[in-house]
Design a protein around this ligand. Structure first.
Ligand code: HPA
Ligand code: MG
Length: 248
């Protein structure tokens, strides 16, 4: 004997996310609002609870998101992506340089799922390099400073893989550049979204963590190219900002 609730939980595992109530909703609706929220009052972790490169010990305030938690969350984002795409081929577009760790870890997980499920998502990769930050301030302009011609993305399912959505300006500009080459679909996965009053309101299709309005480094996120060689997502301190400020 199986009651309706058991039936739904068994055959509609996304019931709790509301997708059962919205059978006609587009696939992203069940994942767009699904992220780990790091609250403003979250103290994070003491630096000496973790292994931190010796050369950065004096330059950080705290660990905000440990690398192990990033790995666990990335695993789930990968699952959400393959469930949405089913068997549609994707071109994963890595936004360099900050996106490279999330990109490789996310693609490793998708590849793993591709050989452990009865459906698989063919993957191609592409890269684009953008620059908008000097010190801890957005320059207000984005520049495309590398990558293949975007023309190659015409007619493709493009999955943009980004490290962080801060104001959202960079992503809005990138999306308008991409739309101009007419991909079949465009989805965006961002490891982090910052809660900032400067936000233009943009929300990616897949989000790892929503974080407070502080400048963070590590897991490929930089401050003037430093701290990419730090595994954990950490808050930089004032000494670090001064030590690695642009000298110009
Ligand atoms: N850290 C590093 N890079 C960034 C950030 C940040 O907090 N926001 C936008 N780019
Ligand atoms: Mg950067």
């Amino acid at each position: 004997k199986i009651d309706i609730y058991t039936f739904l939980v068994k055959y509609e595992p996304n019931l709790h996310s509301g997708s059962f109530l919205l059978p006609l909703a587009s696939p992203e609706s069940s994942t767009k609002g699904n992220f780990i929220k790091v609250e403003d009052n979250n103290p994070g972790y003491k630096l000496d609870n973790f292994c931190i490169p010796k050369h950065y010990e004096e330059d950080l305030k705290r660990v905000l998101v440990p690398a192990g938690l990033v790995a666990d969350r990335v695993e789930r984002v990968a699952l959400d992506i393959v469930q949405d795409f089913q068997e549609e081929p994707i071109v994963a577009l890595c936004v360099l340089k900050g996106g490279y760790k999330f990109f490789t870890d996310l693609l490793d997980r998708i590849k793993q799922l591709n050989s452990h499920r009865n459906k698989s998502v063919p993957l191609a990769v592409d890269f684009i390099r953008l620059k908008s930050y000097v010190d801890d301030k957005s320059s207000g302009q984005i520049e495309v400073i590398g990558g293949d011609s975007l023309e190659n993305l015409k007619g493709k399912n493009v999955l943009v893989v980004e490290d962080i959505i801060d104001t959202g300006n960079t992503m809005m500009k990138l999306l308008s550049l991409l739309k101009a080459v007419e991909p079949k679909t465009i989805k965006v996965a961002s490891l982090l979204v910052k809660r900032t009053p400067k936000s233009v309101g943009y929300r990616p299709d897949y989000t790892g963590f929503e974080i407070p309005d502080i400048f963070i480094v590590g897991y490929a996120l930089d401050y003037n190219e430093y701290f990419r060689d730090l595994n954990h997502i950490c808050e930089i301190n004032e000494a670090g900002k001064v030590k690695y400020a642009t000298k110009s």
